[in-house]
Design a protein around this ligand. Structure first.
Ligand code: PLP
Length: 424
């Protein structure tokens, strides 16, 4: 890869910004691309080189970059003010739209990011139950703070495991995804469990779909033992369906977390769920949570128009996403099979990942059997061919509504070329 300007900018950035990046997942060898512009399914770097974007801001840009309905509504809102720190009519409109799509979210609090949303959810169930322990799955990622940075996926899976500095993590119990026996065992052995937090479709270890009936049994177990079930739908919300994974699998969690797609490129997150639990939040409840920028009119306007668009497109949106994903993954599968490359392709809805291993990838442990060096090479060759996927094995590749048939065909060609080179 040769992006002269990116290399120069990275040298400058390193002097001012730790590691030259403002989020560790953005770094890759030998230096990350500096992007100057985006539109639809494309990114342009500082040298003007164009890439088909399948990183998709880690899934946030479901509708594609620069979606006109959203950006023009935001520009109009800017003229009326960007931050009031008072309630607004817009927040009611957005909360109603969220609830229409996610009926389990009886009450909703808006925040700014996914991390803030999961942090609020965890604090909330601890307050609601007066218990201290949280159960999470190895490989699931729920943001970057002490309680959930253990056995995490995403960038943490590549990071130093010694980066734990707080006793808070001792109250977090880690179980394997898709393993009911282990979960049941942990629930029986431990009292004082405040909640079980899970990505209903694991999307931060590549993609790992839930085993048949797994989520149903999780729901039954947690309900039987009175443990609040938190669905972290930051990736799957509006991607698995307009009502997230909970709609696809017909499951009602106690608490739901949304982020990423909710703002289609603007910073916003949401925590919602059972009204009894949500009403534990201040000012009526005892769980204090606050934020200056929460519910700001810019992000809220973006989210209103993102959801309205998603609801209006509905079948057209999901049919196109799923069609492109099926076409792409079956082509990649055929190419890798023809080249005799041991591999697995996991996919669900409009996300997928390839793992270079003979063993089916169903959890964190089996994901570790994949040859991630080979994956790094695939990433680099795809980039050279003008296709940008997330730079890590432990992420999903995301398809957006903006991807065209031509993009998909070019991407299949790029995989064919790249897989041929890395065959050995
Ligand atoms: C991205 C992500 C988060 C964290 O969201 P941020 O907006 O990056 O703080 C939490 N949970 C899941 C499942 C995610 O994919």
């Amino acid at each position: 890869m040769t992006s002269k300007k990116s290399k120069n900018l990275f040298d400058k950035a390193k002097k001012l910004i730790p590691g030259g990046v403002n989020s560790p997942v953005r770094y890759f060898d030998p230096y990350p691309l500096f992007i100057a512009k985006s539109q639809d399914s494309y990114l342009w770097d500082e040298d003007g080189t164009k890439y088909i974007d399948f990183c998709n801001c880690y899934g946030a840009m479901l509708l594609g970059h620069g979606y006109k309905k959203i950006t023009s509504a935001v520009i109009d809102q800017i003229d009326n003010g960007t931050l009031f720190c008072t309630p607004t009519k817009l927040e009611i409109t957005l909360s109603q739209l969220i609830q229409n799509n996610f009926p389990s979210m009886e009450k909703i609090r808006l925040v700014n990011t996914g991390t803030e949303a999961t942090m609020t959810a965890i604090r909330l169930v601890k307050g609601y139950t007066s218990n201290k322990k949280i159960i999470k799955c190895e490989g699931c990622y729920h943001g970057s703070y002490d309680e959930v940075l253990t056995g995490s996926g995403s960038g943490f899976a590549n990071a130093s495991k010694s980066s734990q500095f707080s006793d808070l993590v001792n109250n977090t119990i880690v179980v394997q995804y898709n393993d009911i026996d282990e979960l049941e065992n942990v629930i029986q052995k431990n009292t004082s469990i405040a909640g079980f937090i899970i990505e209903p479709i694991l999307a931060n270890m590549g993609v790992i779909p839930p085993a048949k009936k797994y989520l149903e049994i999780v729901r039954k177990l947690t309900r039987d033992y009175g443990i609040p079930l938190i669905f972290d739908e930051i990736v799957t919300g509006f991607r698995a369906s307009d009502g997230g994974a909970q709609k696809v699998f017909g499951i009602t969690p106690d608490v739901t977390i949304l982020g990423k797609i909710l703002g289609n490129g603007f910073a916003i997150g949401a925590v919602g769920g059972n009204h009894e639990i949500l009403e534990c939040l201040a000012p009526i409840g005892k769980v204090y949570q606050a934020s200056t920028f929460a519910g700001n009119p810019i992000s809220v306007t973006a989210a209103i128009h993102a959801i309205k668009t998603i609801n209006k497109l509905k079948n057209k949106l999901y049919l196109k996403l799923n069609k492109h994903c099926t076409k792409l993954t079956s082509a990649i599968d055929d190419i890798a099979t023809d080249l005799n490359i041991p591999h697995q392709i996991n996919s669900m809805n409009s996300m997928y990942q390839i793992f270079f291993t003979d063993i089916p990838v169903t959890n964190y442990q089996t994901c570790q059997t994949a040859n991630s060096k080979k994956f790094q090479k695939l990433f680099s060759f795809l980039l050279t061919s003008g296709v940008f996927i997330p730079p890590s094995q432990f992420e999903s590749v995301f398809i957006s509504y903006a991807h065209t048939d031509i993009d998909i065909n070019k991407t299949i060609d790029a995989y064919a070329k790249s897989l041929k080179i890395i065959k050995n």
